[in-house]
Design a protein around this ligand. Sequence first.
Ligand code: SDX
Length: 429
Amino acid sequence: MSDKHATLTLNNESIDCPVLDGSLGQSVIDIKPVPKTQHFTFDPGFGATAACESGITFIDGQQGILLHRGYPIDQLAFDTDYMEVCYLLMHGDLPNADQKDQFIHMIKKHSNVHDQINRFFCGFRRDAHPMAIMVGVVGALSAFYHDSLDINNPELRELSAIRLVAKMPVLAAMSYKYSIGEPFMHPKHELSYAENFLNMMFGTPYDDTTKPDPVLSRAMDRIFTLHADHEQNASTSTVRVAGSTGANPFACISAGIGALWGPAHGGANEACLRMLQEIGSEDRISEYIAKAKDKNDPFRLMGFGHRVYKNYDPRAKVMQQTCHEVLDTVGCHDDPIFKLAMKLEKIALEDEYFVEKKLYPNVDFYSGITLNALGIPSNMFTVIFAIARTVGWISQWMEMMSDPNRRLARPRQLYTGPTQRDVSNISDR
Ligand code: SDX
């Protein structure tokens, strides 16, 4: 706690608001005293509001810095793997070899999906969007595991976290297989997390011999790491708000999946690839840049801009390199969409509108091209984001649930509706 204070003076009345310092980044003004003035603060979109204390992820938007428990994202992406990052986010530090082995053992142990979950898929149309399916089947998990519903028990909270991290890729691959009418694949204990996901997506029961390409599996693992957590973004805030009511953790994650789906958030990777396909050729880039700059046009350059980053998203740099590796491996280094994206990025970064508004590529700009090169259909892109982000969501949920000072989330409003009036008889209306 710092000895700094902010004073709010209103109608000749002053209130004292403490200033709280964190370990990195902006300090915060504690506005809990403000309602004494019969006023609320007003911050639609919460762009100026710190909703909680957290020690999981730090972002410096001006410098383009992203740390998970203090470790820079590029080091984690190149020098660890997704299982280590999951352990880091959940437990606060990177695992040693034994801790990693035990964690992976628990993930494999809980990767099976109850057979009755399979039947939920049959209720969906084959052309249902996989994110719609994921909202449903992950939410349905809250109807199981009645042995571990005491969310005040830290060991049961961790068990729910393990179950979610373990089952998300299985359910995701099932949503894809269901859409193409192929049999569900089961996870194999001899495969890594990323290898298993690719095998459950593209393997068949008839061919049990092929193993996913190691370069592509490493790329998939790195994509999971790049999307693992990102401070108090819209979907994480959704999970925290739902969790603040004491709701079932599986239901909270289902709410987070719903929030992630939007094109302004996790749906941007699918929207970005569609945008690039719609642009089609370099000679049409200027037309779309003009649309993006036109205040009367709702079009936004997908994969560009960010509420927090006013510099290059550090994940985008790693994603661009990963994209190169995947394209080279699959023999598409001349992929016209990737070349178009590189050209679009160059033009946008030199355009005064984007420079002045500090709009840079974000993690979604290259992820769509990379996933496309991996053979993932575009309607699965945000599902993969959801797989990766589940560990972030549930780590933030565990952090909140272990906070003895946690409170029910309940924002207020500026009311602009009708003042009180009396009901009249319907004959008089
Ligand atoms: C993710 O929060 C997170 O951390 C999210 C995420 C995570 O890991 O959880 O990082 C993942 O969601 C990344 C963002 C993916 N979304 C997109 O790529 C969609 C395209 N981006 C835009 O929709 C937009 O940039 C947002 C929604 C991401 C941010 O919107 P803001 O906060 O309103 O952006 P801003 O305040 O910085 O905008 C400043 C100006 C505005 O114009 P003015 O009102 O000043 O005239 O820039 C404009 C915006 O209209 N602008 C854009 C733009 N993004 C912002 N103009 C054209 N194209 C864009 N992409």
